[in-house]
Design a protein around this ligand. Structure first.
Ligand code: 13P
Length: 303
């Protein structure tokens, strides 16, 4: 049996009522402690970075991330994902998203994300469809986003309790049904109360608000979309909501801020100390927060 694709692993995760954690590494030395934590707990996971992280934290590119991952290419537990390539970015600028994503396909990424969520529905569908078509000749899974997972913008986010109570920016189920049907996307990132940790210089070091999830809304989205759902903003969500969300069909969870802040807090001492801090937070995330540690057996991955 060959190496299962990321698409296959995410499908297996749904069957097994677990989720694949995807760790954002804006600084390349974060990759090795994340992989070590996945290995030490026999957990299937992804490593990734988003364009906004190369703008805000440490310059990078799909090529550099891919090159850093070379050392782990044969690692059965870990896959490489390209996160958030926006069509319109957090500063309102148009991005040549197709070149980034075509490069990632060429390089051999396992999965990629196009983020058209700042576009009107029809344009998001068209942009996402274009990426699905681009990837169609490969085994690479495509993630799209519908709804507003806030937090990456420069300005202050709206007060969290208001956002949750009003459902502002939540993924609309009718739109989600149409989006999935018309794009053919593999995975859908949804907004159900989750927010991204801040990346703007003024706020990036602040503790993240403890988000909650509208689980009934999640159920409706699961029902109408029929594709694996992705939860962005995975750091710092109340544990009961996270774990219940996974039980109800979230198949991939993105985690960035908690490990990035751990790295930044310790890197002044040394890179090794920062890597150790990332390792500890990753372990805690896998074992305590998401409770996905040891998923390899349930996902049919042997090491
Ligand atoms: P957090 O930084 O809030 O964990 O979110 C990460 C993420 O969703 C990246 O796409």
């Amino acid at each position: 049996m060959g190496r299962p694709t990321s698409r296959e692993l995410v499908h297996r995760a749904i069957q097994a009522h677990t989720a694949i954690p995807s760790f954002n590494i804006p600084y390349l030395p974060m990759m090795s402690p994340v992989v070590r934590a996945l290995r030490d707990t026999a957990t299937v996971g992804m490593v990734t970075a988003a364009r906004v992280e190369w703008k805000q934290f440490s310059p990078g590119s799909p090529r550099e991330l891919f090159a850093a991952f070379e050392a782990y290419r044969e690692e059965p537990l870990v896959r490489l994902h390209l996160d958030h390539i926006p069509v319109i970015d957090e500063d309102g600028e148009r991005v040549d998203y197709l070149s980034y994503l075509a490069e990632a396909l060429e390089l051999g990424y396992d999965s990629i994300m196009v983020d058209g969520s700042r576009l009107p529905l029809g344009e998001n569908i068209a942009a996402t469809r274009a990426v699905v078509l681009l990837a169609a000749r490969t085994e690479v899974a495509v993630e799209g986003e519908l709804g507003a997972v806030l937090g990456h913008e420069a300005g202050p986010p709206p007060p969290y309790e208001e956002l949750l109570a009003s459902g502002q920016g939540f993924t609309d189920p009718d739109e989600a049904r149409r989006f999935v049907h018309e794009t053919g996307v593999d995975w859908l990132s949804v907004a159900i109360g989750n927010i991204h940790g801040a990346v703007a210089a003024a706020t990036r070091n602040q503790p993240k608000v403890q988000a909650r999830l509208d689980l009934e809304h999640l159920d409706r989205l699961r029902e109408v979309t029929g594709v694996p759902l992705v939860l962005h903003g995975g750091s710092g969500i109340h544990r009961e909501y996270l774990q219940e969300g996974i039980r109800r069909g979230i198949a991939k969870v993105n985690v960035g801020t908690s490990i990035r802040q751990a790295y930044e807090a310790a890197v002044g001492e040394s890179v090794e100390a920062a890597q150790e801090a990332v390792y500890r937070v990753t372990l805690w995330t896998l074992e305590e927060e998401l409770q996905v540690a040891g998923s390899a057996a349930a996902l049919g991955i042997c090491c």
